[in-house]
Write a protein that binds this ligand. Structure first.
Ligand code: AMP
Ligand code: MG
Length: 321
């Protein structure tokens, strides 16, 4: 059944009147609302079933707009902005008092991103206001990389969906925090640790997870996140383990193995291609015919860090068969 997608102009009007609309970005689809309108922010949390201790990313469409959100813009952050904005990089900066506490889970900082997707930029410009936009999925579920994925999870819960094609990056933005003395990577993404370090030198990697009920440094850091409904297992299969009859496999590169590859992240082992395909493959295999989804190991270098991060969180932690 063909879906009714919304035009950017209509989306902007709805956003201006406090509604929430799913919009395309290069990373994943976002569920957008006016970041200064607390009613719109409340609708975002409601539609996603997202706890309010999980703060939102605020999206801008020009560098000047950062002044509406951040009270400080350190030199290293500026350098990253010059190099990687617009693009899949989010920076956590001290917030201006006008940014509602609901947007930041009462943290004194705001997470800010300038997306490169032309439709995202158009909608932000037409709305005339920075847009809070977490991933347009139900809380803890797989993020959407097409308008159809959004419709599957959120149709009837939100005011509209703008179609901008399949996301080219395919995983959530890299998050770097400037809240402390040293820039800290909170969530790995397409702008890799190596790229950040090459540009500004010292960048720390945050390893910790959060406690329930507490504002977290990066909610993507919760131990279980990005989960399909079918159990997904990422890691070494325990010795002597029995695989259920309907086991699907997401391969990375070579397809031979104990289980026939169902889909391939990248037949040539290309990490960019694998990243763009990951969530779409997880969506495809998340059907009641499958009892288990196995995923091949991805090397822990460059973009592989983001893939390993998402797959580890998506994975069941113990072997259930
Ligand atoms: P999502 O768009 O659903 O992936 O979630 C938004 C992401 O933004 C979360 O993973 C948060 O970690 C991050 N975020 C938003 N605000 C802040 C903040 N003030 N400090 C640190 N991380 C933040
Ligand atoms: Mg999310």
């Amino acid at each position: 059944m063909p879906k009714e997608w919304m035009k950017p102009e209509a989306a902007a009007r709805i956003l201006q009147s406090g509604g929430v609309v799913a919009i395309p970005t290069e990373t994943v689809y976002g569920l957008a609302g006016d970041c200064f309108n607390v009613k719109a922010l409340a609708k975002i949390f409601e539609a996603k079933g997202r706890p309010t201790f999980d703060p939102l990313i605020l999206h801008i469409a020009s560098l000047e707009e950062i002044e509406r959100l951040a009270s400080v813009f350190p030199r290293a952050a500026r350098t990253l902005a010059e190099k990687f904005w617009p693009g899949p990089l989010t920076m956590v900066l001290p917030k201006r008092p006008e940014v509602p506490d609901l947007a930041t889970s009462s943290l004194p900082t705001a997470a800010i991103r300038f997306p490169v997707h032309p439709v995202a930029q158009e909608i932000i410009r037409l709305a005339g206001v920075p847009l809070a936009a977490p991933s347009a999925n139900l809380f803890k579920h797989v993020s959407p990389t097409t308008a159809e994925h959004v419709a599957e999870q959120l149709e009837g819960r939100i005011d509209g969906i703008v179609d901008g094609g399949a996301c080219t990056v395919g995983v959530e933005s890299t998050i770097v925090s400037f809240a402390g003395d040293v820039p800290t990577l909170l969530r790995p993404g397409a702008i890799t640790l190596e790229m950040l370090q090459e540009t500004i030198g010292d960048v720390r990697v945050k390893e910790s997870t959060s406690k329930p009920g507490q504002a977290m440094a990066a909610p993507g850091m919760m131990d279980s996140h990005y989960k399909p409904r079918v159990p997904l297992f990422y890691g070494k299969i325990p010795e002597g383990a029995v695989l259920p009859r309907h086991t699907a496999r997401i391969a990375f590169g070579k397809t031979e193995g104990p289980v026939q590859a169902t889909v391939n992240l990248s037949s040539s082992g290309n990490l960019l291609e694998a990243t763009a395909n990951l969530y779409a493959h997880m969506h495809t295999l998340d059907t009641s015919e499958n009892e288990l989804i196995l995923v091949d190991e991805i090397p822990m270098e460059g973009l592989g860090r983001a893939l390993n991060d998402r797959l580890t969180r998506a994975s069941i932690k113990t072997w259930p068969f």
